[in-house]
Design a protein around this ligand. Structure first.
Ligand SMILES: [Fe+2]
Length: 180
């Protein structure tokens, strides 16, 4: 299933925003959400840098990715519920929102204009591959090699398994296994 790169990038942006919302509302396990956010944002940024920005000559985005990375690291180290955590989250949200806005209002339309449908699909495939490779590597580091809930959720999402957001780790594992 090939999808164009613009759809894939935009989907990631919405996913990141949903994670931000969860953290802001202090829903669920903040540490797990931060881990998921960290993996997703890092994989997304790597894939953009390696596979998409070269087509755009977008050096500017790199600086923003660095800034977000520093803030992400701070957030990973901060204790949920503390002032430090909230302030770091606020800065990260601001930085990432700015980047998302710029990409969606400027870089992605530019890309849509200059690249044909075929190229957008090709870039989509390359972006997805790079992103998933990075995600896999990050997840296995976080979890000492075992598969994480975030990773399983990601797989469930790709397979479009119904009811996935209500499942716990074991249920996700089972659903993904059955679907394979
Ligand atoms: Fe992006």
């Amino acid at each position: 299933m090939a999808t164009d790169v613009i759809t894939l990038i935009t989907n990631d942006h919405r996913k990141v925003e949903a994670l931000f919302e969860r953290l802001k509302k202090e829903e669920g396990d903040a540490k797990a959400t931060v881990a998921e956010l960290h993996a997703l944002l890092t994989a997304h940024a790597r894939a953009e840098e390696d596979r998409v920005y070269p087509d755009l000559d977008a050096h500017h985005g790199l600086e923003e990715h660095k800034e977000a990375e520093v803030l992400l690291d701070e957030l990973v180290r901060a204790t949920p519920g503390t002032l430090e955590f909230r302030q770091t989250l606020e800065k990260l949200v601001e930085s990432v929102n700015h980047h998302v806005e710029e990409e969606e209002s400027d870089l992605l339309p530019q890309l849509a204009q200059q690249a044909g449908d075929k190229r957008l699909q090709e870039l989509g495939k390359a972006f997805q591959q790079r992103r998933d490779e990075e995600l896999q590597a990050l997840m296995s580091v976080q979890d000492g090699g075992d598969v994480t809930k975030a990773e399983l959720y990601e797989q469930a999402q790709e397979a479009d398994i119904p009811g996935r957001s209500q499942m716990d780790k074991e249920e996700l594992k089972e659903a993904v296994r059955k679907n394979a």
